[in-house]
Write a protein that binds this ligand. Structure first.
Ligand code: IPM
Ligand code: MN
Length: 346
């Protein structure tokens, strides 16, 4: 018997209900195999913070590190000051576990309604840098709260950090039929970081001569994501631009309820983490309204990362079939999860 040692961080709000369904589908995908899922639930998020003042302790982190992968629901709650859980828990996980590739597919499944009149075929993947940029927290403010306040957020871009994520993006482009890579940045304004990214793409391209590349400023990229999303294959970009573009990518491919992501440590020095792109949605939490599909597709990415390609494909196929038949029908969180588990088992 093989084992998947899974750390489960359901977190806040709808994170709890979507993770429950994600786990159901994971179990169903492995039911006919000799693979067993060993789950460890971690009590992290708003409840824990209110009770103890802790977000993610060294002990939590050490325990999480011993696992093969992490399934995360959502982090964030209006009762906790903005940034406390985001920085102290979610970003701390991504940074500590060196999740430098934040992989976010933008795929329009047949039968899914896009808000675009003529969406065409949409099938790209955003490789969002995950450990640098303004997310590092290298900033501060002086004369805070006065009319003379100066608040700085410094975007950190290292040659090491840019090169490793660009190389990963090239490798992904190389493995895809179209073999195309688009760098998104804003080098006409952010000249220092922008030129580092540009030079890096040019240099690494020599290792992947079959991959064609182009460049878009981030503002222009938002136009093309709306007018011609089919032009994209692999997009590589920094942490903040990637955050913004992947919400737009979700919007054009059926909404945030379907958008999956993987925070990958490609060197496998720590477990990778799989989570829906959406947040904790406190307004609908606990009502059984949340769509667990984004979490289920994140489970498919988890299976693929651990080498269970057939099981991963089964989960994605189940989602595709479900979406094709869904036709706007409203079902509860648990109903969708149960339907997907059933399809995976069939
Ligand atoms: C995401 C979220 C996070 C991010 C927040 C909650 C810190 O928006 O995963 O896209 O900005 O990365
Ligand atoms: Mn986001």
């Amino acid at each position: 018997t093989r084992n998947i040692n899974l750390a489960v961080v359901a977190g806040d709000g709808i994170g709890i209900e979507v993770v429950e369904q994600g786990l159901k589908v994971l179990e169903a995908a492995l039911a006919s195999s000799d693979v067993k899922v060993d789950q460890t639930a971690f009590n992290l998020g708003a409840k824990r913070w209110h009770a103890t003042g802790e977000t993610l302790t060294d002990e939590d982190l050490a325990a999480i590190r011993t696992h093969d992968a992490i399934l995360l629901g959502a982090i964030g709650d209006p009762t906790v000051p903005s940034g406390v859980l985001e920085r102290g828990l979610l970003l701390k996980l991504r940074f500590s576990l060196d999740h430098y590739v934040n992989l976010r597919p933008g795929k329009l499944y047949p039968g899914v309604q896009s808000p675009l009149a003529n969406p065409g075929e949409i099938d790209f993947v955003v490789v969002r840098e995950g450990t640098e940029g303004p997310y590092v927290g290298n900033g501060g403010s002086i004369r805070t709260g006065t009319p003379h306040e100066v608040a700085n957020e410094v975007s950190v871009n290292t040659a090491f950090g840019v090169e490793r994520v660009v190389r990963d993006a090239f490798a992904r482009a190389q493995a895809r039929p179209r073999k195309h890579l688009t760098l998104v940045h804003k080098h006409n304004v952010l000249v220092h970081a922008g030129h580092l990214w540009r030079r890096t793409v040019e240099a690494v391209n020599a290792e992947f001569p079959e991959v064609t590349t182009d460049y878009l400023h981030v503002d222009a990229a938002t136009i093309f994501l709306t007018t011609n999303p089919s032009r994209f294959d692999v997009i590589v970009t920094d942490n903040l631009f990637g955050d913004i573009l992947t919400d737009q990518a979700a919007a054009i491919t059926g909404g945030i309820g379907l958008a999956a992501s993987a925070n990958i440590n490609p060197d496998r020095t720590a477990p990778s983490m799989f989570e829906p792109v959406h947040g904790s949605a406190p307004d609908i939490a606990g009502q059984g309204k949340a769509d667990p599909t984004a979490t289920v597709l994140s489970v498919a990415m988890l299976l693929a990362h651990l080498g269970y390609d057939a099981e991963s494909a089964k989960v994605e196929a189940a989602v595709a079939a479900d979406l094709a038949e869904r036709a706007g029908r409203v079902r509860s969180t648990a109903e969708i999860g149960t339907d997907l588990a059933q399809r995976v088992a069939d």
